[in-house]
Design a binder for this molecule. Structure first.
Ligand code: ADP
Length: 336
């Protein structure tokens, strides 16, 4: 179950991080899908370059695995800037953050993943830094305490969040550009799969790529992960020393073995729906109760499982909690 669960959960694993380095797009032109967002970013980049100014601060929100980190890398590449990567939970104290900020060079990009998880004390530091590239900090205590003003070099903050609703509004207001990223269409995912396959040294038929795409829950990270699993099956079919080629039958066999169904639901997603059906009579059920019954973190359910169940029309949000739809009941094989 653990291994199977990991396939379709879109949180990043160590294996993803390693694969990501080889398949990650480098230029804006290589970033597939999200056309409006890409067009807006292109304008912002060109305008900033012409003005010879750093880019405005940007916030990307949306479920994990949709390309927020990749976009930050692409933007740094296009702006020929350095990128400093950190995350909300990684910055524990304001002191750590001062170190990061004061080390930034003119035009650098500071990427903060999971920015909704920044500590309040750190967040307050960020406001003047974002607004006027200044920070004030107090050194010493009691009668010797004095405030030191520090001018920072103009930089660009790119924040990423899976839960923009949890972001304090003063923080949200300080971003010049806010982008919500949505799930991808299967056609875009199949393009991502074909390009990633070439980078991984395996060929893939069009219909096979589309089948993987349809089962990827609209998420590039899941597409790439499924592609790697299918590649293993294709390699075994080809035999030692022979190049793997991915055709539709091997995709279907692999998906069957991985228990990822035609809608991209894995055992964990089906279990979530079953629990709502059996334990809560189809809902409504609050997300905390659901997480407790499943023995999972609330964040995992809220960030990872729920968004796609909602998008696929398996779950409905009501004022009293989440409810299964008739479509979900049919999917589970019980009458709606
Ligand atoms: P996030 O930061 O939103 O969790 P990532 O940027 O880490 O997502 O993307 C996950 C994986 O999917 C990476 O390997 C990345 O290369 C790939 N990916 C995401 N979006 C795209 C895209 N639009 N085009 C090509 N590859 C993508």
């Amino acid at each position: 179950m653990e291994e199977l669960k990991k396939i379709v959960l879109n949180q990043e694993t160590e294996e993803d991080r390693v694969t990501s380095l080889s398949v990650r797009p480098e230029r804006l032109a290589d970033f597939i899908g999200q056309k409006d967002l890409v067009a807006n970013i292109r304008v912002a980049i060109e305008a900033a370059k012409q003005r010879k100014e750093p880019l405005e601060h940007m916030l990307f929100s949306g479920p994990p695995g949709l390309g927020k980190t990749s976009l930050a890398h692409i933007i740094a590449h296009e702006m020929q800037s350095r990128l400093t990567y950190t995350s909300g939970p990684a910055i524990q104290r304001a002191g750590d953050f001062i170190g990061i900020l004061t080390n930034l060079e003119q035009g650098d990009i500071l990427f903060i993943d999971e920015i909704h998880r920044l500590a309040k004390s750190v967040e307050e530091f960020l406001y003047p830094a974002m607004e006027s590239f200044k920070i004030d900090f107090i050194v010493d205590k009691g009668p010797y305490a004095k405030t030191i003003n520090f001018n920072l070099k103009p930089f660009t903050l790119i924040g990423a969040t899976t839960r923009s609703g949890l972001l304090a509004s003063p923080l949200r207001d300080r971003f010049g550009i806010l982008h919500h990223m949505d799930f991808y269409e299967p056609e875009d995912l199949s393009t991502i799969i074909i390009i990633a396959a070439a980078k991984l040294g395996v060929s893939v038929e069009m219909d096979a790529a589309l089948e993987i795409a349809r089962r990827s829950r609209g998420t590039p990270r899941i597409s790439i992960r499924l592609l790697k699993r299918v590649r293993d099956f294709a390699q075994l079919a080809a035999g030692p020393g022979r190049p793997a080629h991915i055709e539709l039958p091997v995709v279907l066999t692999a998906m069957d073995r991985l228990k990822v169904d035609a809608e991209g639901m894995d055992e964990f997603a089906r279990k979530t729906m079953r629990v709502i059906l059996d334990t809560y009579q189809g809902g409504p059920v609050g997300i905390e109760a659901l997480a407790a019954t499943l023995n999972e973190e609330v964040d995992t359910i809220a960030d990872v499982v729920e968004p796609y169940l909602l998008k696929a029309g398996f779950l409905r949000r009501t004022s009293r909690g989440r409810e299964l739809t008739d479509r979900a009941r049919r999917h589970l094989g019980v009458s709606g």
